[in-house]
Design a protein around this ligand. Structure first.
Ligand code: AMP
Ligand code: ZN
Length: 470
């Protein structure tokens, strides 16, 4: 619960709040650090580069805050149960499990570790905690019980528990989808209409029915949690009842965040989330990424083409989070060569010199980032500084090195990856995947192939690294 006596800590960051439809100054309500919740991956498949754009949002926010001396605590959930596929009314993980004839939890762990590996390749610092839905069942059940006690939820005729949408007056503030405008039969929720009292009510707990896997006992009978309740339970629990910043992709505005807000506020009795911030979608070569369109791009695809995965990070930084990006392979290749050129130039420029003039320019650039994440504007300036031959090399080195603490493009890296062939890059990516999937036979085989090609692979707790031996 927020303490009314605590003075909030004002940060210099401003962001667009979807609920109030305004750019808002962000503050840490507990007076010490910013509490951030970011909706995490559904781990039945690899995160595609679009998902990663959204996951990068918290990293940029946390790094720019840290640069200004403000700490943050980030919670990101791992959805390994409860997220239904829109078309099939079927749990996405169980569908994958039956297709691959594998234990659903084994699949979840495989994709979870690949998710962490992708984040590492993109220079994203890990969250403080990654709670798994399947391990937070009690927490969700206790929240559901509270909602029933407070008259915001009821047990339906099918033994599922539903949230009573009409009991939450301000429903619709985030998305603009007010209850009176939502038509019955409009498919925005996966539950059948029969057992609930009102068409816009949604399931907090689903009765198991025919389902035999990934179900748990509950006061309402065996079943499994709905997707939205997961984020309410985890954010309230792990962020002590108040979220300064709630992040997710734009598609989550409705129904996911609308329902989460209703659940959290109804249980807590106050506005739990101060700012709802949404990242716009990423398109690839003009189209929405989808399996059926065949244009899903993964980090491993980028590596397999011999491109630095941080090129993806640069393309994200070159666009404001609130604008759609239409990514292309050409744009990625251009970003890759920009990063390589910057690394080389930084080496040539040598040591940094933090002159008072350089500090002024730097703080102007940081302010651009703090202003609703204008990293794109800051990068335009960086390019100008790069080209300005009147500026001392040590001045330019200072600006680039300092901003890299926020942008994480690893600009001081020794340029060895430029010497890798695309075959070597591809094998390294395949080996990282094999390791993440704990396929040690395959990873040993790939290690031998790489050695034969002159690349010695080493493993450590932070992942795989390599050295060129020929
Ligand atoms: P999921 O794993 O499908 O639950 O999605 C994880 C996150 O990625 C959510 O915050 C989504 O809103 C976000 N997301 C999904 N598709 C895209 C996309 N094409 N571009 C940007 N973010 C996306
Ligand atoms: Zn969520």
């Amino acid at each position: 619960m927020t303490d009314a006596m605590t003075r909030a800590l004002e940060t210099k960051l401003s962001l667009f709040d979807t609920r109030t439809r305004k750019v808002a100054s962000i503050s840490a309500s507990n007076g010490s650090h910013l509490r951030i919740y970011s909706c995490g991956p559904t781990v039945y498949r690899d995160a595609h580069v679009g998902n990663l754009r959204t996951f990068l949002l918290s990293d940029l926010i946390i790094k720019v805050l840290k640069y200004t001396g403000v700490d943050a605590r980030l919670v990101q959930n791992i959805t390994d149960v409860g997220h239904m596929s829109e078309d099939l009314h079927e749990d996405k993980l169980l569908a994958e499990s039956s297709a691959r004839k594998m234990d659903p939890f084994e699949i979840a762990r495989e994709f979870e570790s690949r998710f962490h590996h992708d984040l590492q390749l993109l220079g994203v610092n890990p969250a403080n905690i990654y709670p798994r839905a399947s391990e937070s069942i009690e927490m969700m059940q206790s929240l559901i019980s509270q909602l029933i006690e407070k008259g915001h939820a009821y047990v339906g005729t099918d033994s599922s528990v539903y949230f009573d949408a009409r009991s939450f007056e301000s429903y619709g503030e985030i998305s603009g989808n007010r209850l009176d405008a939502l038509k019955p039969g409009h498919r925005y929720e996966y539950t059948d209409d029969g057992a609930k009292r009102f068409h816009a009510d949604w399931a907090l707990w689903k009765a198991a029915g025919e389902r035999t896997e990934m179900i748990w006992d509950s006061p309402w009978g065996a079943g499994f949690p709905g997707w939205h309740i997961e984020c309410s339970a985890m954010s309230l629990h792990y962020l002590d009842g108040a979220v300064d910043l709630h992040l997710g992709g734009i598609d989550l505005r409705f129904p996911h965040h609308e329902n989460e807000r209703a659940q959290s506020n109804a249980a807590a009795g106050y506005e739990v989330v101060s700012n709802w911030v949404h990242g716009e979608h990423l398109l690839f070569e003009g189209r929405k990424m989808s399996k059926s369109a065949g244009n899903v791009v993964l980090v491993s695809d980028i590596v397999a083409r011999g491109l630095d995965p941080l090129a993806l990070r640069l393309t994200f930084l070159e666009n404001r989070y609130r604008s759609q990006i239409d990514l292309t392979w050409d744009a990625l290749a251009a970003a890759d060569s920009t990063i390589k050129r910057w690394r080389k130039k930084l080496k040539d420029w040598g040591a940094s010199d933090a002159t008072p003039e350089a500090q002024i320019v730097l703080s102007q650039l940081v302010e651009l980032v703090l202003d609703d994440l204008g990293s794109a504007d800051a990068i335009v300036e960086l390019r100008r500084i790069e080209r300005d031959e009147h500026l001392a090399p040590s001045f330019r080195a200072f600006i680039f090195r300092e901003l890299d603490q926020i942008f994480s493009l690893d600009l001081d890296r020794a340029e060895e990856s430029a010497r890798l062939t695309s075959e070597q890059e591809g094998l390294l990516a395949a080996r990282a995947e094999a390791r993440a999937a704990k396929d040690f036979a395959q990873s040993d085989l790939l290690r031998d192939q790489l050695r034969a090609l002159g690349v010695e692979v080493k493993d450590s707790a932070s992942g795989q690294s390599y050295e060129i031996i020929l």
